[in-house]
Design a protein around this ligand. Structure first.
Ligand code: GDP
Length: 298
């Protein structure tokens, strides 16, 4: 069994490739939930949604969010009615958010709701929220403190970041099955997800780091040189006092990482790293990278 730690783009691209080599039922993905929010009355869990759609075959792999071929009529109508729905939610995508919101309102945990929805969508992989508790990444700007989605989607990442805050009133402890999924995996793969907003929230769930220390862990850098392949990771690394590169990424993972993977083009040196082509520009390249990682000898 392979267990991945995932955000909503870099690792899902790798998971897509891994599916060519490993059956879905042998894949577990522990997913960041620190970007979740209730919006327009339903529950958006951006990274879980991406994984659900990846495994159900519905994912829009041009954007790595939402369902392919979706329409946006409800979103447009809500905007017309003055609702500040600053995230473009597709009509079919919204149905999933409504269904999850209903399950959560009935008292199911996020893990249970994800399991129920996975099974209804015919998914054989195990998609595990990192926690069942509330965790939110907040961005403090010069004028206010806002949800990460508001920073990235509404303001398109243009506001200067003064501080990154994690609101987690009750913990958080790892979700049901998370620690076991790490302990029982042949290998744990931290794909090239954003270290600050996707992977650190998972590492902050109690019990996760000790379990990783005892496991064989491979981590892939999302940086080439001093820039991420995509997204706001550079500004977020700077806000944490880190340079946006592979060396800083490794410094965050070094206590439990057995094999660190850097792109063949990356000019930054991390001693002992494994060099690969990590640019997953299509499914074939994702599959080649996944195969190289699956074949590595412990
Ligand atoms: P988010 O939840 O949408 O922010 O997505 P993730 O945190 O899962 O992934 C975002 C990170 O993926 C960014 O920092 C990118 O640099 C990285 N990324 C995206 N595509 C690739 C790729 O093909 N190769 C590598 N090495 N990194 C990638």
């Amino acid at each position: 069994m392979i267990t991945f730690l995932s955000g909503g783009t870099g690792t899902p691209k790798l998971v897509r490739g891994a599916r060519r080599h490993v059956p879905d039922h042998a894949i577990t993905v522990i997913v960041n939930t620190a970007e979740d929010l209730w919006i327009s009355g339903s529950h958006l869990s951006p990274d879980i949604d991406t994984l659900l759609y990846l495994f159900s075959g519905d994912l829009n792999t041009d954007t790595w969010w939402g369902m392919k071929g979706d329409s946006f009529q409800t979103h447009q109508e809500l905007i017309r009615l003055g609702v500040d729905e600053y995230i473009g939610i597709g009509d079919r995508d919204r149905a999933l958010h409504i269904a999850r919101g209903e399950l959560l309102r009935k008292g199911f945990s996020l893990t249970e709701a994800t399991q129920i929805l996975s099974s209804r969508m015919g998914i054989e992989a195990s998609i595990l929220p990192m926690t069942d508790e509330e965790v939110t990444t907040l961005i403090r700007t010069d004028t206010s403190t806002i949800h990460f989605q508001e920073y990235w989607v509404k303001h398109r990442g243009t506001l200067p970041i003064r501080e990154i805050l994690r609101y987690a009133p009750t913990g958080p402890s790892a979700g049901a099955g998370v620690i076991k999924a790490i302990q029982s995996a042949d290998r744990v793969i931290i794909g090239p997800s954003n270290p600050i907003t996707s992977i650190l929230p998972i590492l902050e769930c109690s019990g996760v780091i000790p379990a990783l220390v005892d496991s064989f862990v491979i981590a892939v850098s999302p940086f080439i040189g001093n820039a991420p392949v995509s997204g706001p990771a550079a500004a977020l690394m700077h806000a944490r006092g880190l340079s946006p590169d592979s060396a800083s990424t490794f410094s965050l993972y070094k206590d439990f990482c057995d094999l660190f993977v850097q792109d063949i083009r990356d000019p930054v040196t991390v001693s002992g790293s494994f060099r690969c082509d990590t640019l997953m520009t299509d499914e074939g390249k994702s599959a080649a990278l996944a195969e190289a990682l699956i074949k590595t000898i412990k």
